[in-house]
Design a protein around this ligand. Structure first.
Ligand code: SAH
Length: 371
């Protein structure tokens, strides 16, 4: 829970990176300062890279002393860096409590995308996702989320720039709503990174009530992990579907698309051999997406140990894509990046044992082979 301003003022020391501009302005007002102190501090921290309050020379001496005594600025720290042959970089970052989170930078022609984590572990148990096998540990703070962008940009230096952020790392961002929204506000703030709303994407497995809240609270691009066109299969692949089934999910997507003309929702669809990659599935997708302004992103499944799925063949993925494109749905296949460092989105954890019994259920349903 975010602290109230009063609690903030009363509390001993707190991380200024936990607050977006609005939060900081409220804090300064509560201290008897002008709200524009927020933009001054944001500029020092995010644009000048200044961490020492004494160097923030446009603040009064007494305010600097107050900040020094009561506040701090802390990001998670890089403990491991891996650089793939295609330039993709994966960092393991350590939080103050010793947990590790992972952040991935994917350089492309003319842009650099940072894949950011929102939680330590994940509670949602999607059966094809390695983060799910970790279970859920805790929500990341705003400082730990925006800290991933700060640390990545610092490490990349002047040579490469983070131009896009996708909330597609570990965790379900909509289940850490307030902290994620504050962090995304910071990413888009002109006094920090100034990313446009089209360049900040939140990806959700379909937490429907939070999707409506998001439409109200924060205008960013929305991606939805669809992965199946029937409730029967989606219940297994993305179990939150049992709570918020497809019809409700699609309503929420339509609602989000209404925000602006020409706005689209990106649907992610992981290609699992023999599970969701048939022509029936393709036809089901066409039907499902017919009334939603949408783009479709087919994701080749990234295998990981102790998992029982296989990626659809290149030919099947291409055929699937052609059928969808021919039906007028803009469909792309996500390039696999950072293969040699195990860095593809949704696969940030690596060697974890599948403690679940989901594969048995899938076998019983004939979704995967008994082998
Ligand atoms: N919880 C959010 C964001 C995290 S994952 C969500 O579900 O959208 C980002 C994307 O990677 C999601 O579409 C997710 O379903 C997908 N993904 C997870 N594991 C994967 C794997 N092993 N191979 C390919 N994509 C995967």
């Amino acid at each position: 829970m975010k602290k109230s301003v009063q609690e903030l003022v009363n509390s001993k020391r707190f991380n200024l990176l936990d607050y977006d501009r609005k939060g900081l302005a409220a804090f300064f007002v509560a201290l008897g300062e002008k709200p524009f102190r927020a933009t001054q501090v944001l500029k020092w921290v995010y644009q000048e890279g200044v961490e020492d309050f004494d160097l923030m020379t446009n603040l009064s001496k007494s305010l600097r002393t107050y900040l020094k005594e009561n506040c701090y600025l802390a990001t998670p720290e890089i403990v491991i860096e891996q650089i793939a042959s295609d330039g993709t970089r994966k960092w393991a970052l350590q939080t103050s409590c010793g947990n590790r989170i992972e952040t991935v930078f994917i350089p492309e022609e003319g842009r650099g995308t940072l894949c950011v984590s929102s939680q330590i572990g994940c509670a949602l148990a999607c059966s094809f996702c390695s983060t799910a096998q970790q279970g859920f540990n805790r929500n990341l703070t705003t400082a730990e989320i925006i800290g991933q962008v700060i640390v990545a940009q610092k490490r990349l230096g002047d040579t490469k720039k983070v131009t896009n952020v996708v909330m597609m790392g570990m965790g379900e961002p909509l289940l850490n709503f307030d902290n994620v929204v504050a962090a995304m506000n910071l990413m888009m703030d002109d006094f920090t990174f100034g990313l446009s709303k089209r360049r900040v994407t939140i990806s959700t497995s379909g937490v429907v009530p939070a999707m409506y809240r998001l439409t109200e609270a924060c205008d960013v691009s929305l991606a939805v992990s669809l992965h199946a066109v029937t409730d029967e299969l989606r219940d297994i692949l993305v179990p939150i579907n049992k709570k918020y089934p497809l019809a409700e999910l699609m309503d929420a997507c339509r609602d989000n698309a209404k925000i602006a003309p020409r706005r689209t929702v990106t649907f992610e669809y992981v290609m699992l051999e023999g599970v969701n990659d048939s022509m029936d599935d393709a036809r089901g997708l066409i039907k499902l997406l017919k009334n939603v302004p949408s783009k479709l992103n087919l994701i080749p499944f990234n295998p990981f140990p102790n998992n029982h799925y296989r990626c659809s063949s290149k030919e099947v993925i291409q055929r699937f894509k052609t059928v969808l494109n021919d039906a007028g749905i803009v469909t792309t296949v996500r390039k696999t990046r950072g293969d040699d460092i195990d860095a593809a989105c949704g696969q940030l954890v690596g060697q974890v044992e599948d403690k679940s019994r989901r594969h048995l259920k899938l076998k019983a349903l004939g979704v995967i082979s008994a082998a």
